[in-house]
Design a protein around this ligand. Structure first.
Ligand SMILES: [Zn+2]
Length: 420
C-alpha cells in the first residue's frame, strides 16, 4: 500500500481552484485543472510514492500483475487495471457525448482499423475495444444533463417556452394527431426523429431556431417563478457559449439533474449526457471511446453518434443508482464488472477504534483505490499503515488487503474496487 499521486489534466473547461484546493496546492492554479486521474491509463498513469521514490502504477502492475490485481481480476481482464478513477472539476460545460456498448466498441474499433484511421487521429471515434460505463458521484453540488427525459414532460417544457418555431418539432414528439402514444417504443421513435432532425439541420436553419429558443427561454424566465427555470437557464448558458449549435436544442430533451454531495448517476451505453458544473468523483471502465454530439469545437461524427444513442426515455430516478449500507459503507449498486464504488463514513461509534473494511468484490481480493474527502483516516493493510488527509489517495494491492480503517474525528473516504 502506498500513497497514490494522481495525474492532473488541464482542459479549458476545468477549474483553477477546485482540484488545487482539494489536493493542497497553491490556488489559483496556473491552468484550468479539469481532471485528476487516479489509475493506470497508459496516457497518464498515477504514481505510487514508495520508499524508493515515485513509480508509475503502470510499471507496478506490469511487474506483478497477480499480486497487484488478484487472480479473479487477472483471469477476467488480463494484466491491466480495468477501471479509471478521476476527480473531475468542471467550471464550464463539457461536450455533449455518449459512449458505446461493448459490441459497438468492438465493431467500431475494427472498422476504423480496416479504414486505416490512426488511433491518435482527432477524427478517430474508437480508440479501444471497451465500453465505457461511468458513475459520477458529486463531491460538491454538481449539475448535469443526462438521458432523454420522458416525452410527455419534454412536450410540457417545449410548450412552456412558447416558441412558435418549435411547434412542428413538438408534433414530431406528440405524434401526427397531437396525441401522445402510450408505449415507450413510439416515444423513442419520436425522440430519434426529433434529435436526428436537429443534429442534421442545415446551419442557416439552426441560426434561426436556436436564437428563437433562447428568446423564448429569456421571456419564460422573466415572467415570474417558473417550473422549468433550471432547464431554461441551462439552455441560455449553453446558447451563449455555442450559438447556433444543435447541442443547445438537444439539451432541451435531457434530464436536468442537480446532485448534492454523495449523490450519484450511472451513465450506461448510449446515454446522451454532459456535465455542466461542479466537482465529482468519476469512476469508469478504462476506455477513451467517446461519441460527441455538439457543444464542443472537437470532432462530431453524427452518423456514428446516431448509431450508438439509446433513445429510450429515462427518468432522473432511474439514472440514480440504488444504494445500500453495510456498516460504515454506503455502496452504489452499479452493474459494471470493471468497477464498484462505495463511500465510507467514519463518525459516531466508528471513531477511535479500527473498523474492518473488507472488499466486497473479487472474492474479497482485488486492488483498491482510496480517496479521502473529509478529515483524516489511517489505513491499516498487511504491509503496514498510512494516513490519508483530505485530497490524498492510496493504492492497496490485492495481496495487501483486507484493510482496517481508523479515524479519531469524523472522516469520509471513497473506495473504488473492481466490480466482479
Ligand atoms: Zn461520459
Amino acid at each position: 500500500m502506498d500513497h497514490l499521486r494522481g495525474a492532473i489534466r488541464t482542459y479549458a473547461w476545468g477549474s483553477r481552484t477546485a482540484i488545487a484546493e482539494f489536493t493542497g496546492r497553491p490556488v489559483p492554479a496556473a491552468h484550468p485543472e479539469a481532471e485528476l486521474w487516479l489509475g493506470a491509463h497508459p496516457g497518464d498513469p498515477a504514481r505510487l510514492e514508495t520508499g524508493d521514490g515515485e513509480v508509475s502504477l503502470l510499471d507496478v502492475l506490469a511487474a506483478d500483475p497477480e499480486g497487484q490485481l488478484g487472480a479473479v481480476a487477472l483471469a477476467r481482464f488480463g494484466d491491466r487495471l480495468p477501471m479509471l478513477v478521476k476527480v473531475l472539476a468542471a467550471d464550464e460545460p463539457l461536450s455533449l457525448q455518449a459512449h458505446p456498448s461493448t459490441a459497438q466498441a468492438l465493431e467500431g474499433y475494427q472498422r476504423e482499423e480496416r479504414l486505416g484511421v490512426p488511433v491518435t487521429s482527432p477524427i478517430r471515434n474508437y480508440r479501444d475495444t471497451s465500453h465505457k460505463p461511468e458513475l459520477l458521484v458529486a463531491l460538491a453540488p454538481f449539475e448535469a444533463l443526462a438521458g432523454f427525459r420522458p416525452v410527455a414532460r419534454t412536450i410540457e417544457l417545449l410548450r412552456a417556452l412558447s416558441v412558435s418555431d418549435l411547434d412542428p418539432f413538438i408534433d414530431l414528439l406528440a405524434g401526427p394527431d397531437g396525441v401522445l402514444a402510450e408505449d415507450g417504443q413510439t416515444d423513442a421513435d419520436g425522440l430519434r426523429a426529433l434529435f436526428t432532425t436537429w443534429i442534421t439541420a442545415p446551419q442557416p436553419d439552426l441560426d434561426v431556431l436556436v436564437p428563437a429558443v433562447l428568446e423564448g427561454a429569456i421571456h419564460y424566465l422573466s415572467s415570474g417563478p417558473a417550473e422549468f427555470a433550471a432547464e431554461a437557464r441551462t439552455v441560455l448558458e449553453l446558447g451563449e457559449r455555442y450559438p447556433g449549435d444543435a447541442g443547445v436544442l438537444a439539451a432541451l430533451l435531457l434530464n436536468r439533474i442537480s446532485l448534492a454531495p454523495g449523490e450519484a448517476i450511472f451513465v450506461s451505453a448510449g446515454n446522451l449526457h454532459t456535465y455542466l458544473h461542479g466537482v465529482g468523483l468519476e469512476v469508469m471502465a478504462n476506455s477513451d471511446n467517446v461519441l460527441r454530439g455538439g457543444l464542443t469545437p472537437k470532432h462530431v461524427d453524427v452518423p456514428e453518434l446516431l448509431r450508438v444513442l439509446d433513445f429510450t426515455p429515462t427518468t432522473e430516478e432511474e439514472l440514480r443508482p440504488k444504494t445500500r449500507v453495510e456498516g460504515p459503507e454506503l455502496i452504489y449498486a452499479t452493474p459494471a464488472e470493471e468497477f464498484a464504488v462505495s463511500q465510507v463514513t467514519l463518525d459516531g461509534d466508528y471513531l477511535g477504534h479500527e473498523v474492518d473494511a473488507p472488499s466486497r468484490h473479487c472474492d474479497g481480493q482485488g486492488p483498491q483505490i482510496l480517496l479521502c474527502t473529509r478529515g483524516s483516516v489511517t489505513v491499516h493493510a498487511k504491509s503496514g499503515s498510512l494516513t490519508l488527509q483530505r485530497g490524498e489517495s492510496a493504492w492497496v494491492s490485492s495481496d495487501d488487503g483486507p484493510i482496517r480503517l481508523l479515524a479519531q474525528k469524523p472522516a469520509s473516504l471513497y473506495r473504488a474496487t473492481i466490480g466482479l
